[in-house]
Design a protein around this ligand. Structure first.
Ligand SMILES: [Zn+2]
Length: 56
């Protein structure tokens, strides 16, 4: 399987359903490697909390 985000070939991918935050038509499943999955999850959580200060 291939990661839809970075294109890396991985043994196991996770299905990520894009939130309908943007548009319903964009709400589709993507296959992400664990790294991209974690990055998307943390980005989503940051967007939600919104008030976190991240340095670095
Ligand atoms: Zn990836």
């Amino acid at each position: 399987m291939k990661c839809d985000t970075c294109g890396k070939e991985v043994k196991e991918v996770r299905r990520v359903v894009i939130d309908a935050d943007y548009d319903r038509s964009l709400s589709r499943a993507l296959y992400n490697c664990p790294e991209c999955y974690a990055a998307k999850e943390s980005a989503r959580l940051k967007r939600r909390s919104g008030n976190d200060t991240v340095s670095g």
